[in-house]
Design a protein around this ligand. Structure first.
Ligand code: NAD
Length: 292
């Protein structure tokens, strides 16, 4: 079994970005600048945003964190996004999801300018992705493509079973992996909570991508020997041995599945690190597009 660790992949992407940003600076070209918006005080969201900001700093991307109280109104938030759209110094904008119930996610993602949509959630970005046109691919699917590339795994003619059809992971991945390009050419089955015979479908998979949000849901008897397993899930489970009282686990039961798989990505240390690396790449690309 080969562990598909995100650390070396993310490190190599970050080194490339660092060198490219420093080269731009020597040429007196603009430094990329990410604006991150965080609403409320959801602990997991704060951790994700802080990690994005820290990673920006490591590669030389400027980041500005805009924190708002839970009671910011929808129109105030949309106004802030419009100001960032107009601000020439900002290259990329991300709004950390989920948002409080009184704010429409749809309105927020459609308000972010497609040119600065480094999370790739705007319908314009998604439409371009579906059609295979150049665009921002959302960070988690993009990170998974980069992870597969690093470990030299071609999906050509393989049967890939994706579990979970979210707009940010499962659905875009199902499209990307079935396209006719170096990352694609797989035969993809997109499964979800209403799929019948999930176990049988999973057992027919050469590659399993789990994005369900249920701790250790994929067990060894759901995969065939030698399958490639990519675990997207990030779940907190109670663990009294940890200082903070919880441990992070994926959607895959790593203990049992790793003995049967040929490749497996760990949680933590797998797809999560790739998501951040992909976001940094998108932010850099936004900057060179807006300020060549
Ligand atoms: P989600 O939480 O929006 O939806 C879960 C999906 O799983 C749904 O499509 C649902 O149909 C499917 N599902 C639920 N129960 C099922 C069952 N019994 N059988 C088959 N399918 C079932 O999905 P999401 O936002 O993609 O998140 C999934 C997981 O991935 C979460 O743990 C989340 O924290 C994690 N995540 C990780 C990253 C990362 O960077 N590593 C990024 C995004 C999401």
């Amino acid at each position: 079994m080969i562990l598909m660790e995100g650390k070396p992949v993310a490190a190599s992407i970050k080194n490339e970005l660092k060198a490219a940003i420093s080269k731009r600076s020597k040429e007196n070209k603009k430094t990329p600048h990410l604006a991150a918006i965080l609403v409320g005080n959801n602990g997991a969201s704060e951790t994700y945003v802080n990690s994005k900001v820290k990673n920006c700093l490591e590669v030389g991307i400027i980041s500005s964190l805009f924190k708002y109280e839970n009671n910011i109104t929808e129109s105030e938030l949309l106004q802030q996004i419009k100001m960032l759209n107009e601000n020439d110094d900002i290259d990329g904008i991300l709004v950390q999801l989920p948002l409080p119930d009184h704010i429409s996610e749809k309105k927020v993602i459609t308000t972010i300018s497609p040119a600065k949509d480094v999370d790739g959630f705007n319908p314009v970005s998604v439409g371009n992705m579906v059609l295979g046109f150049p665009t921002f691919i959302s960070a988690t699917p993009y990170g998974i493509l980069l992870l597969l590339k690093y470990y030299n795994i071609s999906l050509k003619s393989k049967h890939v079973v994706i579990i979970g059809r979210s707009n940010i992971v499962g659905t875009p991945l199902s499209i990307l992996l079935s396209r006719n390009n170096e990352f694609g050419n797989a035969t993809v089955t997109l499964t979800h909570s209403h799929t019948a015979d999930l176990k049988e479908i999973c057992r027919s998979a050469d590659v399993i991508i789990a994005a369900i949000g249920k701790p250790q849901f994929i067990k060894a008897d759901m995969i065939k020997t030698g399958a490639i397993v990519i675990d997207v899930g990030i779940n907190r489970i109670k663990d009294d041995n940890k200082k903070n009282g919880y441990a992070l686990v994926g959607d895959v039961d790593f203990e049992s599945v790793s003995n049967k798989s040929s490749y497996i990505s760990p949680v933590p240390g797998g797809v999560g690190l790739m998501t951040i690396a992909a976001l940094l790449k998108n932010t850099f690309n936004a900057c060179i597009y807006l300020h060549p």
